[in-house]
Each structure stands twice: as structure tokens, then as C-alpha cells.
Design a protein around this ligand. Sequence first.
Ligand code: NAP
Length: 360
Amino acid sequence: MERAARMALRGHGQAEPNPMVGCVILDSSGNFVAEGYHHRCGGAHAEVDALRHAGARARNGTAIVTLEPCNHHGRTGPCSQALLNAGVARVAYGCCDPNPKAAGGGDMLRAAGVDAFHLPCAAAERVTAPFLYRVRTGLPWVIAKWAQSADGRIATKPGEPRWISGPESRAMVHRERGRVDAILTGMGTVLTDDPLLTVREARASRTPVRVVWDPRLSIGVDRALVRTARETPTVVACTPEALAARSVHANTLREYGVELRAVDGLRALLASLRTQCATLPAGDRTGASTVLVEAGAGLVRSLHAEGLINDVWVFTAPHTIGDAGPRSMAPMSAAALAGLPCVWHGTRGVDAVEVRRVGG
Ligand SMILES: NC(=O)c1ccc[n+]([C@@H]2O[C@H](COP(=O)([O-])OP(=O)(O)OC[C@H]3O[C@@H](n4cnc5c(N)ncnc54)[C@H](OP(=O)(O)O)[C@@H]3O)[C@@H](O)[C@H]2O)c1
């Protein structure tokens, strides 16, 4: 099941808004035969992909799949039927499907005489969590990313180079930018760093919309995000009161190509992105599935306080920075981070990288 979960992750960036799903096929003696995953929304499901590779060797074998096989005719046929047609004798699934339209694959297989059962597995639950969360809450899955020094600082002193993490870490962030639907930042970052928040030096499955949470609608037209809004979609979100009070400035921003959204807070902003997100490819996708937060501690802490962050990606450089001002402390302390379940950890160049699950 863990191997199937690793396969599922390969679909990140293309499978959404569908779940990421992976599948491993064993032959009748329990030997590995083939594996597959859901490559992209609208394409073959993981079971069909794996069965295609397995061919006749799947007969009387076992399918291990991270999510209960679907039982409905969507853009592709039901996976439960595909498993039956392949003559699979046993199906183990890591998560039950909560989607009433798709669920029932387990029951259908059991009724047809297949030994189908739920095999709970943490790795399968982790990889399915973003989909389950979206179905349950109507909100996008939110990843907060930051780079910090060994002494927990996310900003450098004036006059010092801005980058804290190394090029390998930044490349990882750019790859992730190319897999999400929106990148959210705050006004403190816009004022200090004037970021572009585009996907550079990485292959992009998606073009994320850039979103600024600017409750008072104070963003200037000199900011890079505004100046490039005609090339890369940009949303500035503020309160309804600010939009009414600053209607002239709002019209100027619109002339620059900025989309304005009036929302009553961060939860409403995320819900609105889930409903409507300009950059998604044509088709039946309507809103953002995944949002990457690249902001300072102010916005990250506000999101966390409202329970709106699902994963954190923390890049820790080996050097220290020292006191660089009140806005330079990382959003979470080392002790707080250590208390969160670790999804993945590794290194990128000289940086330590950890992905931790906050909630889902
Ligand atoms: N290392 C990293 O990965 C990373 C990533 C992004 C940013 N940063 C650093 O984080 C620092 C910024 O942190 P932050 O917490 O201030 O920013 P933020 O989280 O990006 O933005 C949120 C806050 O910006 C504040 N803000 C500050 N000046 C404002 C103004 N003139 N108008 C409107 N809002 C304003 C607001 O604070 P109030 O609620 O007080 O109004 C708002 O809550 C910068 O030094 C930046 O370099 C580091």
C-alpha cells in the first residue's frame, strides 16, 4: 500500500481536482506485477493504468489501491468493473470513498465474489487527505511554505542578500508552484520583497493565479504583481468596506488587469478561490484545488489560527541570521513544528526540508 501511495503522489498537479490515486498489482502468488496511478483529471484511473501494464498477469491476482475503486460512469468507466473484467481475485483499498457518486466499488466487488476489503494505511490516508478535505469543507488544500535560518528567522537584515535557502530548495518551490492553482501572499511580503510569484525554471502543469490578501486595499501600482497582472493573472482580495471606500484605487488596479475580490476574511477568500479561479484549464474545473502560501509570519499565523493550513513545507538553512526585526521570526517555533506529524523530510543542497501535516 505504501508503494501505491508513492505512485499516487506522481499525479500531484495533474490529477486534481480528482484524488491522487495509486495502484499496485500482484499476481496469484503475491509477486509484484505492475503499478499505475491517476496521471491527470479526465484520464485513466490508477487501477486501469496498472491493469494495462499488468495484462493477463492480473488474473487471480491482487489489486492494492489507495482509494476504494469507483463504481460510476464518469469520464472513464467504473474501476470496479475493470477489476472484475481483469479477473482480479482480491482488492485491498487504503481509504473508503466518501463521494456518494463514486462510492460503492467495494460493495459491488464483494457482491461479484471478489475478496475486497478496506486495509487502513497511514500513507494512503495522507495522499488522499487533500481530496477528502476538499469534499468535506469546500475549501482548497493549503500548503504554507517558508525558508528559515538555523535560528528560526525568515527575513534577513537590511542590506544582506534576501535569499535564506539555497538554489536547490528554491527549485523545489518553483516545481510546486507549477502544480498548484494559486499562490497566496500578504502585504508585508509585497512591501518588503516585491515578489513576482511566477513559475520559473520548472515545468509547470498549471499556471497559478497570484493572490494578495490586502484587507485595506493598499497595494500600490508600482508593485511587480500589479505591473505584471496582464501577463500573469493576479487577484487582490480586500474587505467589502475597503473596496467601497477605495473605489477609485480599485478602478486603477482593474486598469492594470488586477481582479479584485471583496471577501470577509481569509476563510471566505479560500472558499471563493475554490469556487472560481481564473487560470484553470478549460473543462469542468471551476476552482482552486491547492493553494501555496508564500508569505511572512503575519499571514501564515492568521491562517493557522483559523485552522486553514493543511501542510507546512519548511526549508531550514544551516546558517544563522540573528535578530532581523520583529517581523523576521518564523511563523512556528521548532517545538511547535516537532509536534506535527512528519509527512516527508530530506535535504535540498545544504538545506534541511520537512513537510509536516497541520490538519486535514
Ligand atoms: N523566508 C520566507 O520564506 C519568507 C516568505 C515571505 C515573506 N518573508 C518575509 O516576511 C516578512 C513580512 O512578514 P509580514 O508578517 O509583515 O507579512 P505577510 O505575512 O506577508 O503579510 C501580512 C501582514 O502584512 C502586514 N502589513 C505590513 N505592512 C502593511 C501595510 N503597509 N499595509 C497593509 N498590510 C501591511 C499586515 O499586518 P497588520 O495585520 O499588522 O496590519 C498583514 O497582516 C518580510 O521580511 C519578508 O521578507 C519571508
